[in-house]
Ligand binder design. Structure first.
Ligand SMILES: Cc1ncc(COP(=O)(O)O)c(C=O)c1O
Length: 243
């Protein structure tokens, strides 16, 4: 798909043209045809995969840009690499390069993260915590996805339910389903800057509720909860645990 806003949407899933042509030849009976591979592409899946969020956003941007003489903010854009202001800090880049060149990082690392990294995270968090964390309290995951998966699997037990916000990054739903957790949705209040509907939370929670997921800063709503609101959420949650 061609779009004048595609530069905002890279890197997208790209297909190697040569590989694509080669595959077409084999699919139509060339060398390595049906007698080699006993499976085929699925037309429905291929069509479904071609309708991605990135493509839909690009189409929307293109529709707007024809007549509207205003700068269009790409609010649906999640990849910061096209914006120079989000460039990774030179310190972080140099640390990665130094580590690679030293050869000291070529081994398999423990799944929970190497000790110096866990210690650094604990020290950083301890600046604001009344109850101090130890390095062994820190588990480093490969992004949030693995963190969500690990947490949900660790918490899951028969009959357990989990509270998720009604508007949410979709991955939480799929991991909850995969971990056989019952999903209960709590509301967000758009007129109060997407605050959590505390009364709703209390009505949903019961003795089988194993966790409440709070996304902060929120995706997709974009709000950041105030300290006061989070304090109220905590109080309400503790009340739920006692009742
Ligand atoms: C709320 C939320 N959770 C999880 C993720 C997934 O994070 P990661 O890409 O680090 O796995 C995202 C990514 O945008 C997110 O916005």
């Amino acid at each position: 798909m061609k779009s004048e806003h595609m530069n905002l949407l890279l890197p997208s899933f790209e297909t190697d043209q040569e590989e694509h042509d080669e595959r077409k030849t084999t699919e139509t009976g060339g060398i390595g045809g049906d007698d080699v591979w006993r499976f085929k592409g699925n037309k429905a899946a291929k069509e479904a995969a071609s309708v991605g969020m990135k493509g839909t956003l690009a189409r929307l941007f293109d529709c707007c840009s024809k007549d509207v003489q205003k700068t269009i903010l790409p609010l649906g854009h999640g990849d910061p690499s096209v914006y120079p202001c989000f460039r990774t800090s030179a310190d972080a880049e140099e640390a990665v390069v130094e580590s690679l060149l030293s050869g000291a990082a070529d081994s398999y690392a423990p799944g929970v993260g190497i000790l110096p990294a866990r210690r650094a995270v604990a020290n950083y968090l301890n600046r604001d915590l009344p109850h101090k964390m130890k390095s062994d309290d820190i588990f480093i995951t490969v992004g949030c996805c693995q963190g969500i998966e690990t947490m949900f699997n660790a918490l899951a037990r028969p009959k357990a339910n989990i509270l998720l916000p009604t508007l949410i990054y979709p991955l939480y739903n799929s991991h909850a389903v995969h971990s056989l957790l019952e999903i209960r949705k709590y509301g967000l209040l758009p007129d109060l800057d997407w605050e959590i509907d505390l009364q709703g939370v209390e009505a949903l929670a019961d003795e089988n509720t194993i966790a409440m997921v709070i996304i902060n800063p929120h995706n997709p709503c974009g709000n950041v909860y105030t300290y006061e609101h989070l304090k109220k959420v905590r109080e309400r949650w503790l009340r739920c645990l006692k009742s």
